[in-house]
Design a protein around this ligand. Structure first.
Ligand SMILES: CC(C)=CCC/C(C)=C/CC/C(C)=C/CC/C(C)=C/COP(=O)(O)OP(=O)(O)O
Ligand SMILES: O=P(O)(O)OC[C@@H](O)CO
Ligand SMILES: [Mg+2]
Length: 239
């Protein structure tokens, strides 16, 4: 079974941002989150990536690199694996297969046994990731469900990622993606900032991803979102 099948909650650390004063990656690992992803779109370098991966990798929690470009991939024994995005609604094919081909050409240390993909559907047109990939975010619930179905059944993707980075998404859209998927795991990320927003999104998605909150508000706020995610998936939760 894949690692992520058991994850309710992920903290995504952006190596281009800092933690709240006085907090450490050990504190992040102790929030109760199930895994740490390390990635961001702007200002990413190999050096920043390495520093964060090394720091997170010391703690007893799965750590996955999520590169936004081939140059930000680092190899170490400190982390568990690589989650490589493929952007279903990218306007530039570089973000579907092009960057992947270049990475594979350049990098002779790829460890395929711990390299997996995430099929992104990018939905906040204001996010850096949307402009970076020239994503067409003008999609309704049927479009998103169809992308999710294509990801799972045509492209064999095990993770579908509904990405609203920077804003809380439309629950009808997240629900439409959740309903259409058979076995693929649905990640949801964007704008989760408290217990209630976490619980709401976790009622639809299998796994919620919390990003900016850890940098802006810190670990106490993250801990509330972990509670929301766990309560939503508890057997008594109203699903
Ligand atoms: C082939 C390799 C190794 C890399 C390319 C992988 C691809 C397709 C990347 C496309 C962009 C993407 C989906 C990156 C994942 C990380 C992510 C979505 C970060 C969040 O981005 P924002 O929140 O918009 O950006 P900032 O927080 O940096 O402003
Ligand atoms: O930063 P936020 O808005 O929490 O989004 C999380 C994640 O989906 C970003 O890739
Ligand atoms: Mg961001």
């Amino acid at each position: 079974m894949s690692d992520w099948a058991d994850w309710d909650h992920i903290v995504k650390i952006d190596p281009d941002k800092t933690l709240v004063d006085g907090e450490t990656f050990e504190d992040v690992a102790a929030t109760g989150t199930d895994a740490i992803e390390v990635g961001g779109t702007t200002g990413m370098t190999e050096e920043k990536m390495k520093r964060v991966v090394d720091a997170c990798g010391k703690h007893d929690i799965p750590v996955y690199i999520e590169p936004s470009n081939p140059a930000s991939v680092v190899h170490s024994d400190r982390h568990d694996g690589y989650l490589i995005p493929v952007v279903m609604n990218a306007g530039d094919v570089a973000w579907i297969t092009g960057a992947h081909k270049e990475w594979i050409r350049m990098d002779d240390e790829i460890d395929w046994s711990r390299t997996f993909t995430e099929a992104y559907i990018v939905l906040n047109p204001e996010a850096s990731v949307a402009s970076y990939t020239q994503a067409n975010c003008d999609l309704d619930a049927d479009d998103v469900a169809a992308y999710a179905e294509a990801a799972e059944h045509l492209l064999g993707q095990e993770i579908v990622y509904v990405e609203y980075s920077g804003m809380l998404g439309d629950t009808d859209i997240v629900a439409a993606a959740a309903d259409i998927l058979d076995d693929a795991t649905l990640f949801y990320g964007g704008g989760i900032h408290d217990y209630e927003s976490a619980r709401t999104m976790a009622q639809h998605a299998d796994t919620i991803v919390v990003g900016d909150l850890v940098h802006d508000e810190g670990v106490d706020a993250v801990r509330e979102t972990v509670k929301g995610a766990k309560d939503a998936t508890a057997p008594t939760a109203d699903r």
